[in-house]
Design a protein around this ligand. Structure first.
Ligand code: NAP
Length: 289
């Protein structure tokens, strides 16, 4: 069994982007990071994105409206960023407060600045295999992890657990692309799927993105499979100072010995999500120039 080191691969990509940004003509790329309120997880995610931007030479514009901002107020803020020629990419950190419609917010961001890849137009471009679109960062990161760790995807059976718009669906669409780095046969499973273990056991590459701690157990995995664990779950653990530990959607201790390759949690998919956001921002700067 070999661990796929997301921290190492993300660091390689960040270093490559730094070189690319230094060679760009004109001003550096600019990423607007919008965080509504003070949710601790969002504070930490936005901080990571700010730090990665600084490392690469991307200017970040930090906008932190209060949790009481109205939907119209947030729309007005986004409209201002859409119209600002000095801003290349806009990221609105989720989750948003309950009184704000998240999908409407993602649609409000101009598609050519939608570096998160959640806009209807960008999801459509992904389905059409149009490379001018922005691909959602976590699925894009998964494909990079596979490519850069030497996993051939073409012709393989990829089983995706989860059908969210942020991870599952775009991951399935990416693996299905008519490209040498994709060309997979894809099965997508969800909460209503019958005989789930029988399907996951057919996977050459299993992508678990359901948000259920240690859901995937050894009996659900084919020996020799590659397992990508997207889940980030907090499990109570009194031995930890924080009172919890982070775990994925895969029961790592029993599944890992079976696999040819597997991503750890943390240190697998997570760092790749930030690296792909940076890649999308550099792409936006190039395309918007
Ligand atoms: P989500 O929107 O809650 O979607 C979960 C999906 O899993 C749904 O399609 C759901 O099916 C399916 N599901 C739930 N229970 C299931 C079960 N028992 N059997 C089969 N399918 C089941 O979650 P998400 O946003 O895709 O995120 C998934 C996980 O990835 C979470 O742990 C999240 O924290 C993590 N994540 C990590 C990163 C990263 O950068 N590492 C980024 C994004 C998300 P239905 O559609 O039928 O409800």
């Amino acid at each position: 069994m070999e661990l796929i080191d997301g921290n190492k691969i993300a660091a390689e990509i960040i270093a490559e982007l730094k070189t690319q940004v230094a060679a760009l003509p004109g001003r550096p790329p600019c990423l607007a990071l919008v965080r509504v309120g003070e949710d601790p997880a969002s504070v930490s995610y936005v901080k990571k994105k700010e730090l990665a931007s600084a490392t690469i030479g991307i200017t970040s514009r930090l906008i932190f409206p209060p949790v009481t901002i109205t939907q119209d107020g947030l729309f007005a803020l986004i409209d201002g960023l859409n119209a600002d020629p000095a801003v290349d990419g806009i990221l609105v950190q989720s989750p948003l407060p309950k009184h704000i419609n998240e999908t409407a917010v993602f649609r409000r961001i101009a598609a050519h600045k939608d570096v998160d890849g959640f806009h209807t137009l960008n999801l459509g471009k992904l389905a059409q295999e149009d490379e001018t679109g922005f691909v959602a960062c976590t699925p894009a990161g998964i494909m990079q992890l596979l490519q850069r760790s030497g996993v051939a995807v073409s012709g393989k059976h990829v089983v995706v657990l989860g059908r969210s718009l942020i991870v599952g669906k775009p991951a399935a669409l990416l693996a299905l692309q008519r490209r040498p780095w994709a060309n997979a046969t894809v099965t997508v499973c969800h909460s209503q799927t019958a005989s789930l273990p029988a399907l996951t056991r057919q996977a050459d590459i299993l992508i678990a993105a359901i948000g259920k701690a240690e859901f995937v157990t050894a009996d659900m995995v084919k020996p020799g499979a590659v397992v990508i664990d997207v889940g980030v779950n907090r499990v109570a653990d009194s031995t930890k100072k924080s009172g919890y530990r982070l775990t994925g959607d895969v029961h790592f201790p029993t599944v890992a010995p079976l696999c040819s390759k597997i991503t750890p949690v943390p240190g697998g998919v997570g760092p790749m999500t930030v690296a792909m956001l940076m890649q999308n921002t550099v792409k936006a700067r190039r395309q918007n120039a």
